[in-house]
Write a protein that binds this ligand. Structure first.
Ligand code: ADP
Length: 215
């Protein structure tokens, strides 16, 4: 499966290179360059995910734990995903508390979790859809939820969405390896937290909730 997923961007890059000719018009060259850029990033993303899995297996993924403000992490994750949402004309509603949401953790890893949930919300929703992100501070806990109103998850698929390489049959049209949520769960658990998924069923959207101990 990994080989298959990697083969597709590599094959596209080979095809683009075989078309490449310096005498092509600047517009066409820019086009080809854009395709190369996107496919290269896709291949890189897949390899990064695989490296993360390997790192997590070794148990050394959380290296830079410190006191951080989860609200800031959320703001940075939103900034990172904004352009992808805009490309699908999707709206993102963000609700965060006024003050800081203190947790102890690795900022890069926690941002990766939030980005993954936002990206999934976008990927499994149609053009023009909406996503809502809520962050709350409860006594002893920070609670983050990402909800979309897209494809939804079948009840029989729900128990498996955090398993490595699991992909629901209905979502196979979208690119992916089925590693994002497995990584997210492992990262959240390494931070002493939990992650859960719920959906009212097909076309009813999905909601992912992360709870992290607050400091
Ligand atoms: P990927 O998106 O690469 O397949 P993930 O591990 O992020 O991998 O998700 C695993 C599976 O869970 C997806 O393939 C999809 O079937 C389902 N899933 C995850 N997020 C959503 C969502 N927001 N809406 C519907 N299905 C989802």
């Amino acid at each position: 499966m990994v080989a298959h997923e990697l083969r597709s961007p590599l094959a596209t890059m080979c095809n683009v290179l075989s078309l490449y000719d310096a005498s092509l018009s600047p517009a066409l060259l820019a086009n080809l360059r854009g395709i190369l850029d996107r496919q290269l990033r896709k291949a890189l993303h897949l390899v990064d995910d695989l490296m993360d899995v390997a790192r997590l297996e070794r148990g050394d993924a959380i290296r830079n734990a410190s006191e951080i403000d989860l609200a800031r992490i959320v703001a940075e994750a939103v900034e990172e995903t904004e352009h992808r949402l805009r490309a699908k004309e999707q709206t993102l509603q963000v609700e965060v508390p006024d003050g800081a949401v203190p947790v102890r953790g690795d900022p890069i890893r926690l941002q990766q979790v939030v980005v993954n949930l936002l990206d999934n919300g976008s990927k499994y929703s149609s053009v023009g859809g909406g996503i809502a992100l809520h962050l709350r501070l409860e006594p002893g806990w920070a609670e983050l939820s990402v909800r979309d109103w897209g494809l939804g998850i079948l009840p029989q698929d729900l128990p498996f969405v955090f398993e490595p390489f699991f992909r629901a049959g209905r979502s196979l049209e979208q690119p992916g390896l089925g590693l994002g949520l497995a990584l997210a769960r492992r990262l959240v658990e390494l931070h002493g937290g939990t992650i859960t998924a719920r959906s009212d069923g097909p076309e009813q959207g999905s909601e992912f909730a992360v709870r992290l101990p607050s400091t």
